[in-house]
Design a protein around this ligand. Structure first.
Ligand SMILES: [Zn+2]
Length: 264
């Protein structure tokens, strides 16, 4: 079994990855469903903002911009992406907010939230699209908004495990904001479960479980957008309150889901 897993890993690493991943599949499917819900008037404004865009990249543009830092992907050499990176050097932190598992809300997470976190950037995009900010152009704001509304619903994009390593052989997961704050200063966190590994050989990364594995297990060879579309009438998709408060509401929902995911 062990050698089979190694062989599988080696094969996967050797395969040419066609600029497509399960994470891309999640973002693209959400964007497809969102477009199907637009009113004709909204559709017109979206089309105007995205005129001339490579539409298959809209939902994942922000991830592809991040790839440029590794000198990878289709946006290497792209002037618009280069300008964006120059203007927003902290863009790679826009995808998440690392809150302790027991915060009651985004507002309760002082010391863990930043001006460049996912909630602030969703709100910035909304402000741009409402004509209240010119920090981004409308096309970039729409792309970033579409992407981040996907990311914020992935629980591991809103939470982090913080660890007391007084006994390094038995790290203890801390969840209340007060005891997590000094651990954050010492960087004793798993960064949205990116540094949390499980499974018999500790190959399985918890963040990736949510980005890729669960989607793969849920969907198999079926079409994720179609699956979501079919589920829509059966689930309550409304968010309470004014849309300017939705991002923090979603972040609060995600951290609660993340807490359940850390059990065990
Ligand atoms: Zn992202």
């Amino acid at each position: 079994m062990k050698s089979f897993r190694r062989l599988l890993l080696t094969l996967l690493c050797a395969l040419p990855i066609p600029g497509y991943s399960w994470a891309d599949q999640g973002h693209t499917a959400m964007w497809e469903v969102a477009q199907s819900l637009l009113t004709p008037q909204a559709r017109q404004r979206v089309d105007a903002a995205l005129a001339g865009d490579k539409l298959d990249m809209t939902a994942v543009w922000l991830d592809r911009v991040r790839d440029v830092g590794k000198n990878e992907g289709p946006l290497v050499g792209d002037a618009e992406a280069a300008d964006f990176i120059k203007a927003f050097p902290l863009h790679f932190t826009w995808h998440y907010v690392n809150m302790p598992l027991d915060v009651k809300s985004y507002q309760d997470a002082t010391g863990f939230t930043t001006r460049d976190d996912i909630v602030q950037q969703i709100n910035l995009c909304i402000a741009v699209l409402e004509g209240k900010s010119t920090q981004l152009d409308a096309r970039t704001a729409l792309r970033v908004l579409v992407h981040l509304v996907g990311d914020i619903h992935q629980p591991m994009h809103c939470a982090s495990g913080f660890y007391d390593v007084t006994d390094p052989r038995h790290p203890v997961l801390r969840t209340d904001p007060e005891s997590c704050l000094p651990l954050k200063k010492e960087k004793l966190e798993d960064r949205g479960a990116n540094q949390l590994f499980f499974g018999p050989e500790k190959y399985d990364q918890m963040h990736a479980l949510w980005d890729f594995e669960l989607v793969k297990q849920l969907v198999g060879i079926r079409n994720l957008a179609k699956l979501l579309q079919d589920a829509l009438p059966k689930i309550d998709t409304t968010t309470p309150g004014d849309h300017h408060t939705w991002a923090e509401h979603w972040a609060g929902e995600s951290v609660a889901l993340a807490k359940a995911a850390y059990v065990g």
